[in-house]
Ligand binder design. Structure first.
Ligand code: FMN
Length: 367
């Protein structure tokens, strides 16, 4: 059974201060490309009313010469606090995109210096900036000077095992005037495999005065508490643990605020959530949303008898009605077997709740 030590509770009792922005939660939802669109963020927000959320990463050059912003950069007026994450290797494009993100409503700007994807690193963006700290400094300084809101950086511990430079890189970033650093405890060479090396996060936290957020392998209340104790980080950021499980950030936040584990969502809760996700994503993105919903559906549907068959069917849906019918049938079967919704309609987070509402139809994506 996990417990919250008085020392940890006291250390995290104050807001997370990101420059001028005070965030009343020490648990953050990470940027996840192809996942953390406005629909997903709304589901996370239902359980985590005060946590910092991030957009998917946005290519800065792609928004500099367009009249209307791409859908992935849209910020709803009721989803604060929110950070827009940008990637590129050209300071002027990043500065321009950052100004546009602030006009759209971003509370902070996050700079991606950790993405391992070849298409991005080959052009000097994402984690390749770990190999070019001078350029990373130029980018961070330019963006810090371009906007009034706080700027943060999300990066990794190094390019590969032979060139781990997390502490030096983080210090250089801090000197540019950024207000928060998130460290994913893996090298670029590791991609997403192998355990996250929290010991490097401990070292970076000890070296910086600005808040440091620990990222990598935060998949439960237990792992979050362990990570906060080991690293002494100022907060944790959840990533893959939230795929098909938008409850995670709220669960950890609830525990850190109350010392209690909230009720675990049942299989029925997850299917209700999948239904809402499907409906909202189709309303927001149309047919493209239904295609994207298929992968989300497979993440929600696990851990009960018949899950594999249901996943197979959901992978092939072409309409919302079809998906809803499959999910509704499964809910009825689980309820007949005595499994009921536990948190879906009854969740009471520790501070004011933002409801999951309808998302207004928006302009089509431009990139
Ligand atoms: C599908 C997927 C998309 C991701 N997209 C982004 C992104 O847009 N920006 C970013 O900084 N990191 C991105 N990441 C990295 C995560 O934010 C996080 O750093 C990484 O998954 C480590 O945390 P974990 O071990 O808890 O998953 C992505 C990861 C995955 C699996």
């Amino acid at each position: 059974m996990v417990s919250l030590s008085p020392a940890l509770q006291a250390r995290l009792a104050t807001p997370l201060q990101i420059g001028t922005v005070a965030v009343h939660s020490r648990v953050l939802q990470s940027p996840l490309s192809g996942v953390t669109d406005q629909v997903f963020r709304r589901l996370v927000r239902r359980y985590a009313p005060s946590s910092m959320l991030y957009t998917e990463m946005v290519h800065a050059a792609g928004v500099c010469h367009v009249e209307s912003l791409p859908q992935i950069m849209e910020v709803d007026p009721d989803e604060h606090p929110i950070s827009v994450q940008l990637f590129d290797c050209r300071p002027d494009f990043l500065a321009d995109a950052a100004r546009r993100a602030v006009a759209e409503g971003a509370d902070t700007i996050d700079l991606n210096m950790g993405c391992p994807v070849n298409k991005i690193t080959r052009k000097g963006g994402g984690s390749s900036l770990l190999k070019d700290p001078e350029m990373a400094v130029a980018i961070a300084k330019t963006v810090v000077n371009a906007v009034e809101v706080p700027v943060s950086v999300k990066t990794r511990i190094g390019w590969d095992d032979d060139t781990i430079n997390a502490v030096d890189f983080a210090r250089r970033m801090e000197d540019t005037g950024i207000q928060l650093l998130t460290l994913h405890g893996r090298t670029r060479a590791q991609g997403y495999t192998g355990p996250a090396r929290w010991d490097w996060i401990t070292r970076v936290k000890a070296a910086l005065a600005i808040p440091v957020i620990a990222n990598g392998d935060i998949t439960s209340v237990e792992s979050a508490v362990r990570c906060l104790e080991v690293t002494r980080a100022d907060g944790v950021m959840c990533s893959r643990g939230t795929l098909g499980y938008p409850f995670l950030v709220g669960e950890i936040d609830y525990f850190l605020k109350t010392g209690q584990c909230p009720p675990q969502p049942t299989a029925v809760d997850r299917l209700h959530c999948a239904q809402t996700h499907l409906r909202l994503i189709a309303a927001y993105k149309g047919d493209r949303g239904i295609c994207q919903a298929r992968k989300h559906m497979t993440w929600y549907v696990k851990g009960f008898s018949g899950a594999a068959e249901l996943r197979d069917r959901l992978c092939q849906i072409t309409t919302v009605a079809e998906g809803e019918e499959y999910l509704q049938t499964a809910i009825a079967q689980l309820e007949a077997a005595g499994i009921h919704a536990q948190v879906w309609d009854r969740w009471t987070p520790p501070s004011p709740l933002t409801q999951v509402g309808e998302i207004p139809a928006s302009t089509p994506e431009k990139v």
